[in-house]
Design a protein around this ligand. Sequence first.
Ligand SMILES: [Zn+2]
Length: 230
Amino acid sequence: MQKLANDAGLPYQTIARKVNRMMAKGKGLLESVRDIAGEHGLKGTKYRIDADKIVRESEKILREDYTQTLMISAVLGQMVEARGRERLPAPAFFAFIEMLSKIPDAPRDTKSETSTEIEDRTTRIIELMTTLVSVLCEWSEKGIVGVDENCPESLRDMAKVVFRKTKLLQGGLWTCISCGNIVNVKETRALMCATCDSSISRSDIHQRFDQMAGRNRTGYGRTTSEENDD
Ligand SMILES: [Zn+2]
């Protein structure tokens, strides 16, 4: 989109708004970008989105530091439950969970990122995940309708999971972020099934997001009785 904005000599925001409007009508991201390029006499096929590159950048961010990744997870978890403008689309959140399950445990470093740094990384992850699902999946005005035909082979499994979980959610079912069981969305508590929720102390946001995508981080020595010291 930035490249298109530069080439068309338009502000990035103008392009972004246009793309958003087209996507709301069920057009794919790349398709929208290429249509706009055509309107400005530019060659549409010049504009590509490399899904593998998005995955690599996301992995790099999520591997940087354990606490940072946990904070990002917590923010995204809250955003997917939020209403209105702050809301993160569920497919982007599902893609994020898939990303988390792909990466090995991030190191615990001694340097603590500033809140601005974490905020920047969070914003970037949101951009990356939103873009990723828009290229991996096929969209219509009803939302995701399948796996995009141009989805790279290496990311087809991820696309299928995002599609399946989104479809379930449309049918009122939620996939627990901890155990993966499918439950009625009305019975979930903070994105978990009732069983997982009751086994975790309500206030411990770290522990809650440690469980994301069924990751078991007990190797870090966290227990339910441990003081929340971060
Ligand atoms: Zn569960």
